[in-house]
Write a protein that binds this ligand. Structure first.
Ligand SMILES: [Zn+2]
Length: 344
């Protein structure tokens, strides 16, 4: 079942008092939204029990701002979305007097239903927005502010990092969330027999070192077959297993092969770096990278790399996890075009 996704963020006052201060927030209404309707939701003091109001958010009604008006107002938001709010990091939100929340429709999503549940004596003002000209799902080059990106993760038997793969995954998620990309990891583990069936007796992914070697067999066929384990061939896949090189990304297959990292200090940095090679491209800041994808065995001329992020510096000279504003935008644009992505 396709998940319903949306996010909430504070507009005028932080929700620190409610304990929601750990997540990134957006502090203003996106300029390209146009107000088309506003109404009040008032629950009389004499009401027996809480009142409910359901709001539908879809491609036509792409954003709703709810402002708590009355002193004692507090509301609970529930929806059919079963995961977590990317911004509030909680399934249930609440607002007190003067606070507002914005709910926005992620493109590429089915309609979302939000239910406000309010106690007697509370009142809200609700504003509905349509999409402006710029922010349309049909435009190829709109850079989203946030992308939810499904990723397939496979953990094979005897993988050097199998014991703390989850820590690496969670740390990498955090690094990319700082750039507006929420990696939605779908994790699958393989036992000894399954691993042998997929990778062979050695339980090793035959990684390569460059374009000329990329097509060497049996490695090429083996890595190509790994694409069938993913939801779609183009979905980003992360494979924890023994391999022949260091941890490596193969952009042509949208795959990362995680073997070892640079020791205990590196939790998530190598993984986030390799994902960066898929979302941004090959090469490191101030260095050179092949001018085009590797489609036949050949030596490809190199061009200067335009990435500027500390995260994309080689692991032996840097442990930075920062992602520059420019690189974030390039990565979000690439991410929104991948299978299953929803974006705001
Ligand atoms: Zn690298």
């Amino acid at each position: 079942m396709k998940k319903f996704l949306f996010f909430i963020s504070t507009l005028f006052a932080p929700l620190c008092a409610l304990g929601f201060n750990t997540c990134p927030k957006i502090d203003k209404i996106p300029k390209d939204l146009e107000l088309f309707k506003a109404d009040d939701f008032i629950v009389p003091k004499t009401a027996i029990g809480s009142a409910k109001k359901e709001i539908k958010i879809d491609a036509k009604n792409i954003a709703v701002i709810v402002e708590a008006k009355h002193k004692t107002s507090i509301f609970t938001v529930l929806s059919s979305y079963t995961g977590k709010f990317p911004y509030l990091c909680n399934d249930i939100g609440g607002l007190t007097d003067g606070q507002s929340a914005i709910f926005e429709f992620p493109y590429n999503s089915k309609p979302i239903f939000i239910t406000l549940i309010s106690p007697p004596g509370s009142s809200f003002n609700i504003k509905y927005f349509t999409s402006g000209k710029e922010w349309t799902p049909t435009s190829e080059n709109i850079i989203p502010r946030l992308v939810h990106l499904p990723v397939n993760v496979m953990i094979f038997d005897e993988a050097p990092l199998a014991f703390n793969a989850i820590e690496h995954i969670q740390a990498a998620e955090k690094i990319w969330l700082s750039a507006g990309i929420k990696l939605v990891m779908n994790i699958r583990k393989f036992n000894s027999l399954e691993t042998e069936n997929i990778l062979g007796k050695k339980k090793t992914i035959e990684t390569h070192l460059g374009c000329v070697q990329r097509f060497d067999e049996p490695g090429y066929a083996q890595r190509k077959k790994l694409m069938t384990l993913k939801k779609t061939p183009e979905t980003i896949g992360i494979f924890f297993a023994k391999n022949l090189t260091q941890s490596q990304a193969e952009k042509e297959f949208n795959q990362v092969y995680m073997s070892k990292t640079l020791g205990s200090k590196d939790i998530g940095r190598t993984l986030a770096h390799e994902i960066g090679h898929l979302l941004l491209g090959e090469g490191h800041p101030n260095g050179k990278a092949p001018a085009r994808p590797c489609t036949i065995p050949e030596i490809i001329e190199k061009v200067s790399v335009k990435w500027t992020s500390g995260l994309m510096e080689p692991g032996d000279i840097s442990n930075s996890t920062s992602i520059s504003e420019d690189d974030s935008k390039i990565a979000r644009l690439a991410a929104r075009k991948l299978p299953g992505a929803t974006w705001w």
